[in-house]
Design a protein around this ligand. Structure first.
Ligand SMILES: Cc1cc2nc3c(=O)[nH]c(=O)nc-3n(C[C@H](O)[C@H](O)[C@H](O)COP(=O)(O)OP(=O)(O)OC[C@H]3O[C@@H](n4cnc5c(N)ncnc54)[C@H](O)[C@@H]3O)c2cc1C
Length: 497
């Protein structure tokens, strides 16, 4: 992603060499994304029909949170902004006049209905259910996002990386398959070259560390401190399985599922042809053997031949992701566990910000500091949002979930939760810096998990609800119309595969 993005931006004016080892494998997971990943592909000029078939690509309309409020309960966190009526969003109105026998997300969003119907967001032929959002975003970035694009993708990250490598090489990226065995530094401690097994020394002005959790350049060579988030986000391991699926028969879910379990949660990510699944847990509460057994029973009973990938996770971020002439992007920079699928988003954000703060030979420290601030804000904002998931979840049936209710939480989040007991949060009370999640996401998680204000906004008791009633009826009608016209997710994806 980083190499192709830089090459697309700077063309022949910058030479880019991508070094990767054939011996050290990639992490082998990372399959769900944000809807804003669309900006990345459009920036490269890549149509989804071109790349999706290469990497099991499928649609993600949102995340289904299963059992976070208790067994059998579910809600969707969709990619859909809340409609606004008379100055109040429909979530506020729902608290005042909504039908409490129905889940809030199915009254406030059309996307939840598409998820339940396993519907495709695109019609055969390619048009999007929300016509006004159809059309390329051009060379725009995350910062320019004006409209909420209604879906993200699931894909096999390793296959996407292969596809992007081919794409980058065609446009002039030099691709070296080799092992970096040593890092050279000049007298200031800046990186001067990397030494590879077979290609000798590779020199450069700027080095991007994409070596994953190892942080070969940023941590092992430059010694940058890594700040762990384990005090507030205790999950430190995952075990993953790839499960073949007969989707023609079973259908295909256009969403990620995150199911709360005794010591963490399980992801289910439907790719075209198989599911990616994994149990994310804390080894304080569960052994790897028990986690694997739980995952197999949940996701692949009777398929004992499937091999499990056990992963230790480094949760947190570098104090600085850019040090001297080295910028860490990806897991080498930071990672806040897979809930809400933010790893690939961090990569996209990191590389976009790198372009924005790209240095000249002076390496102005102010640019570097500004870059580090942006990256830190994004990761810290996501941290806060994820801690909210565990704190607001209604489960307390195991030691893991009991502990989630009493563990210290970031100060900013404690204030927000106190406020949210009286008023739904608004744009000015969510995490103040850009971190990828908008108001609707915070509101969805609060109401979905059951952290409701004690009363609706008092102002709404005095306001005329007629407009809001009409809007709720419109949402229901829109959802019914879209479902009746869209093909199934499987049928559409089969048509482009
Ligand atoms: C359990 C889990 C689930 C995740 N799920 C999601 C998700 O659903 N959505 C999401 O957006 N993100 C997810 N992520 C994060 C996502 O996996 C990563 O952001 C993404 O795959 C990128 O990883 P990376 O390139 O930083 O590191 P890696 O995939 O680890 O790649 C490291 C690269 O460095 C190379 N390398 C290492 N050492 C050397 C050397 N000495 N010489 C040469 N090359 C070397 C390797 O060959 C490899 O190519 C998940 C992560 C985990 C741990």
């Amino acid at each position: 992603m980083t190499a192709t993005y830089l090459k697309t931006t700077f063309g022949d004016r910058l030479s880019v060499t991508l070094v990767e080892s054939a011996q050290v494998s990639t992490i082998g997971v990372g399959e769900a994304t944000f809807s804003t990943v669309r900006h990345f592909f459009d920036y490269l000029g890549l149509d989804e029909r071109e790349w999706m078939p290469h990497c099991g690509g499928s649609y993600k309309l949102g995340i289904r949170f299963q059992d976070w409020r208790g067994p059998g309960h579910h809600f969707y966190h969709p990619f859909e902004r809340l409609r606004v009526v008379d100055g109040f969003n429909v979530a506020d109105w729902w608290l005042q006049i909504g039908d409490r026998s129905q889940p809030f997300d199915r009254q406030c969003y059309v996307t939840s209905a598409l998820c339940e119907a396993k519907a495709s967001p695109r019609a055969i032929g390619g048009s999007l259910f929300a016509n006004e959002l159809d059309g390329p975003l051009g060379r725009s970035t995350l910062a320019e996002q004006r409209d909420q694009f209604p879906y993200a993708y699931h894909f096999d990250a390793a296959k996407l990386a292969e596809f992007l490598t081919g794409y980058g090489v065609q446009r002039g990226v030099r691709h070296v398959t080799d092992d970096v065995v040593q890092i050279g530094q000049d007298e200031r401690g800046w990186i001067s070259h990397v030494t590879t097994k077979e290609h000798g020394e590779l020199r450069g002005d700027l080095f991007i560390d994409c070596t994953g959790f190892r942080g070969l350049l940023i941590n092992q060579t430059l010694g940058e401190q890594f700040e762990s988030f384990q005090d507030v986000l205790p999950n430190n391991r995952a075990v993953a399985l790839r499960v073949p699926k007969d989707q023609e028969r079973e259908g295909m879910k256009p969403y990620t599922t995150a199911t709360a379990m005794g010591a963490g949660w399980i992801w289910t990510i439907p790719l075209f042809g198989r599911d990616g699944t994994g149990y994310v847990y804390s080894d304080q509460y569960c052994t790897p053997e028990d986690a694997e057994a739980t995952l197999r029973q949940y996701a692949a009973p009777g398929q004992d031949d499937l091999s499990a990938n056990h992963i230790r996770m480094r949760i947190g971020r570098n104090q600085r992701s850019w040090v001297n002439n080295c910028v860490a992007i990806g897991l080498s920079s930071g990672f806040v566990e897979p809930l809400e699928s933010t790893g690939i988003f961090f990569i996209q954000h990191g590389v976009e910000q790198l372009v924005r703060h790209f240095p000249d030979e002076r390496f102005d420290q102010a640019l570097i500091d500004a870059y580090n601030d942006r990256v830190n804000h994004v990761i810290d904002g996501v941290k806060e949002f994820l801690v909210l998931h565990y704190r607001a979840a209604q489960r307390d049936d195991t030691p893991y979930w009991k502990e989630a209710k009493v563990r210290p939480i970031p100060d900013g989040l404690a204030e927000k939760l106190t406020l949210a007991s009286s008023l739904l949060l608004d744009e000015e009370t969510i995490y103040p810096y850009y971190h990828g999640f908008e108001l609707y996401s915070w509101v969805t998680m609060l109401l979905g998990l059951g952290h409701e204000p004690q009363t609706p906004r008092p102002a709404l008791a005095l306001a005329d609800p007629a407009g809001a009633r009409e809007e709720f009826a419109r949402i229901e009608a829109d959802a019914a119309r879209i479902i009746s016209t869209m093909p199934s997710c499987y049928d559409y994806l089969a048509s482009i595969n």
